[in-house]
Design a protein around this ligand. Structure first.
Ligand SMILES: [Zn+2]
Length: 482
């Protein structure tokens, strides 16, 4: 049974004629299955396998974490043990290749620093990234940055296994579908995976400019189901990145960044309107929706202009800083605001600095909702965890890590946040819809909102950890703990 049917349509007993299993959910809570509308799934699959060494207070402690991980077994042949997050600025001892060699022997080890600007490698790790010899094993800045991409790749057969693991973990959090915006020949990768039996999630595979012609030539339209994938793989949207990011002060803004002068003081517009509009029009004429990355308020205004000028349908991805005048345009143009609420939690301090005086309209989910915009939640994994409950909790409470809520006036209600996570299916499974369902042990609506800052911080933490008892995809269990 891959669709929802009305109550009473099935007989009684343990198993009905037709082999339909009957499960007593014992009063548990059922919602339509959850979607993450913005992921980079291969990158996420790689990152979640990495060793977290961010807690190491010395080089010796980091080496001990490497030793402990290797006690569970070596990395796959042809790959390195990759760790991340170390901060050696305050370490009492000195990281050296020899220290890692002592715990890892011939296993290549590559530890990337928390700021990504340096890496500490074992002797085998140095060889793995193509460095014959090095005096310390710690590569900084220009020594490391050109090599950094080496750890972001894996052979297809391994990446596919890791993606399957990541998908199973997502299903265990109630996810039934993702929009995958990995920067690659996405459709080919997903055809290969589904061809090999992948069936843990629905996938909408986005397409980037280098592969746009291929997709248009095939006549593939957004929403088309690809044959041979059990109905689970769909052509996704056409993705264009028009500006930079907040962290790097490259998000394109009406106002200059505090302290910056010169031509890039307002950020960087990487795809100006005279390129963007024809590109979107071509995709739209070929039946593709557009997913336009815009973070700064000026980039968002131009993205909305481009939707109006091209007639394209789709979403603005991120929409992190918005001019008040643009809020209503999302609804007017029918453009979805595809947002990643964990970014607001990750970047609140940076926003307070780089967007000082403007944060009242940063990550403005409440204002977008008030203006009638359709919101869609996502993670942008690996930037944030692929866990919709983290996104929902951040959107509803604007609080994390026990901190007081940040701009609580921009919260949205739990109903809105969940409805923005079910791919337009609302909060109730409807008869005739696909049997994509999530079963929760606890009623998420039992947690309150707005009683006090302390109560909200606790409620946010509880909502983040919402226990998922089961997930059904087209009537088939992809996660079952009930
Ligand atoms: Zn992204």
């Amino acid at each position: 049974m891959d669709a929802v049917v009305p109550a009473g349509r099935l007989g009684r007993g343990g198993t009905d004629a037709g082999g339909v299993e009957r499960v007593d959910l014992d009063g548990r809570f059922v919602l339509p299955g959850l979607w993450d509308k913005h992921v980079h799934l291969t990158q996420w699959a790689l990152v979640r396998r990495r060793l977290d060494v961010s807690g190491a207070r010395s080089a010796a402690e980091a080496a001990a974490l490497v030793r402990d991980r290797l006690a569970d077994g070596p990395p796959e042949p042809g790959t390195a043990l990759v760790g991340y997050g170390f901060r050696d600025g305050l370490w009492p001892d000195t990281p050296t290749a020899a220290l890692l060699d002592a715990v890892a022997g011939s296993v290549p080890v590559v530890l990337v620093s928390g700021d990504l600007h340096c890496a500490w490698l074992s002797t085998a790790g140095l060889r793995f990234v193509g460095v014959r010899s090095h005096p310390t094993g710690v590569l900084r800045e220009s020594e490391w940055l050109p090599l950094a991409a080496v750890v972001d790749r894996a052979p297809d057969h391994l990446a596919d296994t890791w993606v399957a693991d990541a998908a199973a973990a997502a299903a265990a959090r109630g996810v039934v579908g993702v929009v995958d915006l990995e920067i690659t020949d996405n459709l080919t990768a997903w055809r290969r995976r589904f061809g090999a039996g992948f069936d843990a999630l629905r996938v909408r595979a986005g397409v980037w400019t280098p592969w746009l012609d291929d997709v248009l030539a095939e006549g593939q339209r957004t929403g088309d189901v690809l044959p041979g994938t059990g109905g689970l793989l769909e052509q996704g949207p056409f993705k264009v990145v028009t500006d930079g990011s907040l962290n790097t002060r490259t998000a394109y803004c009406h106002d200059p960044y505090p302290g910056l002068t010169g031509p890039e003081a307002h950020g960087i517009l990487s795809v100006p309107p005279d390129e963007l509009v024809p590109l979107m029009k071509r995709a739209h004429d070929g039946g593709l929706q557009c997913a336009i990355h815009a973070i700064g308020d000026h980039a968002n205004a131009l993205a909305l202009d481009a939707f109006a000028a091209s007639g394209a349908r789709g979403s603005v991805e991120h929409a992190q800083l918005l001019d008040d005048a643009d809020l209503a345009r999302f609804a007017e143009l029918g453009v979805v605001a595809s947002v990643q609420p964990e970014h607001a939690m990750d970047d609140r301090d940076i926003a307070d600095r780089h967007w000082a005086g403007r944060t009242g309209r940063a990550f403005p989910y409440g204002a977008l909702d008030d203006a009638g915009a359709v919101l869609a939640l996502g993670s942008d994994a690996p930037v944030a965890l692929l866990d919709p409950w983290a996104a929902v909790a951040a959107a509803v409470y604007r609080a994390r890590d026990g901190r007081t809520p940040w701009h609580p006036e921009q919260r949205i209600g739990l109903r809105t946040a969940l409805a923005a996570s079910t791919d337009g299916r609302g909060l109730r499974p409807e008869a005739g819809g696909p049997a994509d369902l999530v079963i929760l042990d606890a009623d998420p609506f039992a947690v309150g909102q707005g009683a006090s800052a302390e109560a909200d911080a606790a409620a946010a933490a509880a909502l983040r950890k919402t226990p998922v008892a089961g997930t059904l995809l087209a009537g088939r269990w992809t996660h079952r703990a009930c």
